[in-house]
Each structure stands twice: as C-alpha cells, then as structure tokens.
Design a protein around this ligand. Structure first.
Ligand SMILES: Cc1ncc(COP(=O)(O)O)c(C=O)c1O
Length: 373
C-alpha cells in the first residue's frame, strides 16, 4: 500500500519553491536586522556557552515594554508553545474544565487534556465568530477553572472588542477563574486590548515573536503574569539551562526596531488579505467567514462546493507550490469545510495563490458543484 502523502515533509523538501501560506508565519520583516545580529553573535561564538538562564535582561525588559503591562514578571520559553504547556500543567488538575472554542488553536486543548482537564468547546463558526461574555457566563459550571481567550483568534482571524475583553476579564475575576490570554497575533490587530489590564490577578498573557517578528524557526516566546504566578508556573520549566542564545539575540534585534518596520508589515499583510478576498469572491461557492482579519490569516469556506480541504491542500501544494492548511487541524466540527490561508508574505507569493486557487478548486470540486471555468 502506498504511504499517505506527508504534506509537511513534501513542503519542507521543496521549501525554496513554495509559497508558504500555511502556518501564519511572517516573511516580511527586513531580513538584514536578524542577519546582522546573528552574524555578530556567531562571530563571537555565543553558541558555545549556555545563555544566562532566566533570559537576557535586555530582552526581558524589551518584552515587558513591548506588551506595556505593569507589575508583571516575564518568563522566556522555547516559543509560546512551551509556556502554554507549562501553564496547563501548573494551573489545571484532573477533572477541571476550560472554556474554549471550536475552531481554535487546538494544540492548547491537547495540553489541557494532558493535565487531565478537558476543554468545553463553544461553537463559534457563526457570527460573530468569537466567544461572547454571555456565552462564557452560561457555560461556566462547578468544574470550570480557566477561560482560554486567544485574541486575535487562530484560525478565523476574528478579534475581541475592548468592551468584550473587559467583560470576559470581569467574569474571570468575579468567578475566580484563570484567564489564559494568548496574544500571539496582537500586533496585527489595531486597537487590541489586553485582558490583564482588567483582571491583572487572574490573567496569564502568552506572547510570541514567531509571528510579529518573523522568528518562528528560532522558537522563542513566553508569558507574563504576576510574579507569584510566574513562580508557580515556572516550576514546570524543563528548559532549565535557558532558551537558545541565538534566538534571544534575534528577538532583541527585532523588538528593538519593531516600531520602525511593523507598520509596513501590517500594510502589506492587509493588501494581501484584500487580494485573497477578491480571488475568493471570484470563485462561486467559496466564502470568507471573517473579513477583514485582525491577524495575518483567515479561513476560506469551501463547504458549499463539497470540496475536501485535504484534497485542495494537496492539489495547491503539489501542482502549484502553494501551501495552505486544511481545517481539520483546527476544528473537529467544521474543519471539513475550510482551509486556512496566511498572508504575511511577499506580493509574489500572493500572485501565485491568486492564479492557483480558482484552478485548484475546479480541479478538486465534485463534478456537480464545480464552479464554472
Ligand atoms: C494562537 C497561537 N498560540 C501560540 C502559537 C505558537 O507560537 P510559538 O511559535 O511562539 O510557539 C501559535 C502558532 O501558530 C498560535 O497560533
């Protein structure tokens, strides 16, 4: 029997020819900023020694200033992912419940389950395509221990108005719940509000430089919380000798300069989003549930055509070198009707999507529903 097609293996093997629109990564940060910082660190052979274990003090300071919260301590980890794992392990016990959503960034749900807790996934694949304070309140039960607030939300690109963030934070405070506020895509969202402003005791804020600073491959991120909570969560740190020294150097270089170049990243991202929207509008039967995105990704619904997201993903990748992500990875309930596309990419990558998407949808749609050529 032929082995199933390994999407990521194929994409990595062909990475130089691929328009990588599949992981919400950012390919628009001026490369010389990271290159010159890493070159200097390599010249100095910084990699020979361990880093200062708590993290470079300048980096910790930059992170706190970048987020702009007071009375919090920063913690550094190998991507926001490691922090999310530690938080679930440290704050949840078997039988606990976490209010979350479907679709969602399901890796966090897996960490919740590893702690013996479970997520209660509220279906948000309908307007307003996000959680609301009312639905959260109704869903709270005797076992509820935490609310997961990913803002902006991967994969839909929806974001929370300030008043909703405040109301959700007040619920967490009044009901003595942890509020896990994952703000990985925050910089893409104009007017973003942090839950910690309204519930500083209950909120753990997870940050990352993977997406805003284009450093996903270097694996660096972390969380911010009240110092006593950082100590509680920090007990579950396995990365005891510190986070990759070169990753820290790159994070410092990008955070120092972000205010100079992020505006252009956002502008190009928005322009790309508008071009993807026009392409989707031109293919009958395909729609964007959320537009504009408050992040650098969005969902394309192909359910009305009966198109399999996996088939579309594979056709786009193999025949056109355009890598998008099938929705099953992001939604147990609705993942069979969408693909996710991310677009902090050079214009030429979007040109390829624009040319390939209509053609690929026609190629994989069942005959009765195929859009007109
Ligand atoms: C909502 C969310 N949180 C966390 C992460 C992981 O980020 P990191 O690369 O910092 O581990 C991602 C990555 O896609 C994400 O979408």
């Amino acid at each position: 029997m032929a082995a199933p097609f390994d999407t990521f293996r194929y994409a990595h093997a062909h990475r130089r020819e691929i328009a990588w629109l599949s992981q919400n990564t950012n390919h628009l940060v001026p490369p010389e900023i990271v290159r010159s910082a890493l070159d200097a660190a390599i010249q100095e052979r910084r990699y020979e020694g361990y880093p200062y274990a708590p993290g470079d003090p300048e980096l910790l300071d930059l992170v706190v200033r970048d987020i702009g919260l007071k009375d919090v301590a920063p913690f550094l980890s190998a991507g926001g992912t490691e922090s999310l794992y530690m938080i679930a392990r440290a704050l949840l016990s078997p039988g606990d419940e976490v209010i979350a959503s479907d679709p969602s960034y399901l890796i966090i749900h897996r960490f919740v389950e590893l702690s013996g807790a479970r997520t209660r996934n509220l279906d948000i694949y309908a307007p307003p395509y996000r959680l609301t304070p009312e639905r959260i309140s109704e869903a709270i039960g005797p076992r509820t221990r935490m609310i997961l607030l990913i803002d902006p939300l991967n994969p839909l690109g929806s974001g929370y108005p300030r008043d909703d963030v405040r109301a959700i934070a007040e619920i967490a405070h009044d009901r003595h719940l942890w509020l896990l506020n994952d703000v990985t895509y925050r910089d893409f969202s104009e007017g973003h509000a942090l839950a910690a402003e309204f519930a500083p005791e209950e909120t753990i804020t997870v940050w990352s430089v993977s997406k805003n600073c284009g450093l996903a491959g270097l694996r660096i991120g972390g969380f911010l919380a009240r110092p006593e909570h950082v100590r509680t969560i920090g007990r579950f740190n396995t990365n005891d000798l510190g986070v990759n020294v070169l990753a820290q150097v790159a994070a410092i270089a990008t955070l120092r300069t972000k205010s100079q170049w992020f505006g252009e990243v956002r502008r190009q991202t928005q322009e790309n989003g508008a071009r993807i929207r026009a392409t989707v509008a031109s293919v009958e039967g395909t729609t964007l549930p959320v537009y504009p995105s408050r992040a650098n990704m969005m969902v394309i619904d192909v359910g009305a055509l009966g198109v399999s997201p996996e088939a579309l993903q594979e056709d786009l990748l193999r025949r056109h070198g355009v890598f998008v992500r099938a929705g099953t990875y992001l939604s147990p309930t609705h993942g069979r009707r969408f693909v996710r596309v991310s677009f902090s990419n050079p214009r030429t990558d979007i040109d390829r999507f624009v040319a390939a998407f209509p053609e690929s949808v026609r190629a994989v749609a069942p005959p009765a529903t195929a859009p007109p050529a």
